[in-house]
Design a protein around this ligand. Structure first.
Ligand code: NAG
Ligand code: NAG
Ligand code: NAG
Ligand code: MN
Length: 624
């Protein structure tokens, strides 16, 4: 689970965690509480409110820059010379681990704590020193304590999956599950060890399990993978071992809160086609304090990273904070009727490692006649790690998994996933494996279309059916440079060495807008930014704003070669390299030599001199 909080308008600073393999970006949450899913994004201290209005005009859009930053910083880390052992002490004070914790520790303890932190992505040193049965604040909305539930509810098997998790964190997950689930409802606990190499997870964990099972034979079952299968197939392994009528699939770094089970089991008993997520709170990775999160539905962006959403309008209208929240997808931990889970096809076991399976499950359940909901009265606290054990090349796995979802479930909207990842729709050169059984499943279950899903279940998602070309934009004068949205703090596009990451994503629409940067996922996010001629200078302005203010945001790009395809007899819309010319000002977007500039060229709007641009992918043919 990597959904973390995010915001709309924001200000940020990024810090490098000394000695760590990833970065943590400090993001500031603006006026709409919103969230984003990304391993590299994490909310930290809010910055005071005043920046908001000041920066309204040329708002900083750090999120759109994260990919770029991430790369820059990774390079920085790689290039940084390895620190000699003695000077490592300095790094201790820099680490985010010690920002809110551990100031009083001895240098030796700090060294040990930091080492564990780097290994686990959370403060295992502290976890080892906290009671396994520590109390949690009851964060349920008020009405929850008042609800009554049927006497007879189905039993549940709780599955915890892990790889190289700190033993104390696993044990606290187990303890909280046992302590806060009514005993007659908890049939068993299943531990799935995805081939951990960590020694303490062998003998010590076994001792603990044996001790519990001495009192309750068979109560804790352990499933060990003799090769690493990834989180997706680990969940399915856990499900296979489960015997109760309902199965709860969780990470092993959680703490169950009071009364979590009854609302869930009631909803599933009423209708077995409901897949339920609890509401999540955060266990801070540094000091293990519980941070209350606002109620949220769970969705995704067009790269299919999960993200938290505001609950839908229909939910607010009920004015009942205990009512279930309809959710387009799942974050990854959920509770499901054991047999129904099989009937709808478990998880896509053709996916690798991590990511996308939760989105796929949500889409599939909705399209195939079930539903997904988040329950406000069922709360689980979960550690959002500073970094994950499955990090190696995580993005490549998420992308591959996302393409499987796109190909099987998204019909004509699959283009959106390719566009968001900025890869060609035809022959992208990514092996997504065999999807025939998933396609057969969709057919067998007679599932609805993705358009139905977008309209009925996820109306917040933005549609981009008007995009006709996308990719990076290169100029004939110097083809190793690409149009780029430029420094975070500015709305001035630049030419930069081509790296093809989000800040260089270009989208050209049938209404002749040129959009730059990340594809805005939902209507609650900032709009995309459009290239605009502002007083003869190229600028990036939110498209809806530019349109409302009647700014010069329409660009004629290249020739449309309209000809009839002899085979299909359709008029095909094709692009040739060509100039990019503003419709109203008639000025062209061009490069001008400028030796002051880092790469020798500067982006200008000027009288057209015949420079040509090319964009990587052409998307649509228009039927005649
Ligand atoms: C439910 O809570 C309200 C206050 O929020 C209280 O007045 C009422 O008595 C409670 N009902 C029950 C059945 O406990
Ligand atoms: C992990 O996998 C290796 C082989 O890849 C195997 O030898 C080892 O026993 C496995 N460890 C566990 C705990 O299953
Ligand atoms: C609020 O929602 C809960 C849970 O669905 C339900 O049991 C309760 O009746 C609702 N209360 C009102 C006043 O509608
Ligand atoms: Mn997790």
């Amino acid at each position: 689970m990597v959904c973390t909080r995010k915001t709309k308008t924001l200000v940020s600073t990024c810090v490098i965690l000394s000695g760590m393999t990833n970065i943590i970006c400090l993001l500031y949450v603006g006026w709409v509480t919103n969230y984003i899913a990304s391993v590299y994004v994490r909310v930290q201290e809010p910055v005071p409110d005043k920046k908001l209005d000041e920066d309204k005009g040329d708002t900083l859009r750090i999120i759109e820059r994260l990919d770029h930053l991430e790369n820059v910083i990774k390079q920085h880390i790689q290039e940084a010379p390895a620190k000699p052992e003695e000077s490592a002490a300095e790094a201790f004070t820099d680490s985010s681990l010690f920002a809110h914790w551990g100031q009083d520790l001895s240098p030796e303890s700090r060294r040990i704590a930091l080492k564990q932190f780097q290994y686990y992505g959370y403060n295992a040193y502290l976890s080892d020193r906290l009671p396994l049965d520590r109390p949690l604040p009851d964060l349920r909305p008020n009405g929850c304590r008042n609800l009554s539930f049927p006497d007879s509810l189905p039993e549940v098997s709780i599955v915890f999956i892990f790889v190289n998790e700190a033993l104390s964190v696993i044990l606290r997950s187990i303890h909280s599950a046992i302590d806060r689930t009514p005993p007659h409802l908890l049939k068993e606990i299943i531990l799935v060890d995805d081939n951990s190499s960590n020694e303490e997870l062998k003998e010590k964990l076994k001792d603990y399990v044996d001790k519990v099972n001495a009192h309750k034979p068979g109560f804790i079952k352990v499933v060990r993978h003799n090769k690493q299968e990834g989180l997706i197939r680990s969940r399915v392994s856990g499900w296979r071992a489960a015997t109760a009528p309902v199965v709860a699939l969780f990470d092993a770094h959680v703490e169950f809160n009071v009364g979590w089970a009854e609302p869930v089991l009631t909803r599933i008993k009423e209708n077995r086609k409901r897949i339920i997520s609890p509401s999540f709170d955060n266990i801070k990775y540094d000091n293990f304090e519980i941070e209350e999160y606002p109620l949220a539905a769970q969705g995704f962006d067009w790269e299919l990273w999960c993200r938290y959403l505001n609950p839908p309008k229909s939910w607010w209208k009920l004015e009942n904070s205990t009512a279930p929240i309809r959710s387009p997808a799942l974050i990854g931990c959920f509770i499901v009727d054991r047999q129904y889970f099989q009937e709808i096809g478990l998880l896509d076991e053709g996916m690798e490692v991590y990511g996308g399976e939760n989105v796929e499950l949500g889409i599939r359940v909705w399209q195939c006649g079930g539903s997904v909901e988040v329950l406000p009265c069922s709360r689980i606290a979960h550690i959002e790690r500073a970094h994950k054990p499955y990090t190696e090349d995580l993005t490549a796995h998420v992308r591959r998994n996302a393409l499987r979802v796109a190909e099987v479930w998204m019909d004509e909207f699959k283009s959106h996933v390719y566009m968001a990842w900025n890869i060609p729709l035809e022959d992208p050169g990514i092996d997504i494996g065999d999807i025939s059984t998933r396609k057969a499943l969709r057919k067998k279950l007679q599932c609805k279309t993705f358009r139905w899903y977008l309209v009925s279940v996820y109306p917040e998602m933005r549609m981009y059916s008007d995009i006709i070309a996308y990719g990076v934009l290169q100029n004939s004068l110097k083809s190793d440079l690409c149009l780029d949205q430029g420094p975070d703090t500015e709305n001035v596009p630049i030419m930069y060495l081509c790296h093809g990451m989000t800040p260089q994503n270009v989208y050209y629409t049938s209404s002749q807008q040129l959009q730059l940067g990340v594809l805005s996922p939902t209507v609650d996010d900032d709009d995309n930014r459009c290239l605009v001629d502002v007083n003869s200078r190229p600028r990036l302005i939110e498209c809806s704003y530019a349109k409302a203010k009647r700014m010069k945001l329409h660009w004629h790009f290249s020739q449309l070669l309209c000809c009839t395809d002899p085979l299909t007899r359709l008029s095909a819309l094709t692009f040739q390299e060509g100039p990019i010319q503003n419709q109203r000002s008639k000025r062209c977007l061009e490069l001008q030599e400028n030796s002051d500039n880092e790469f020798g060229f500067q982006l200008v709007l000027q009288k057209c001199s015949g420079q040509h641009w090319s964009i990587t992918n052409i998307l649509r043919s228009l039927s005649s």
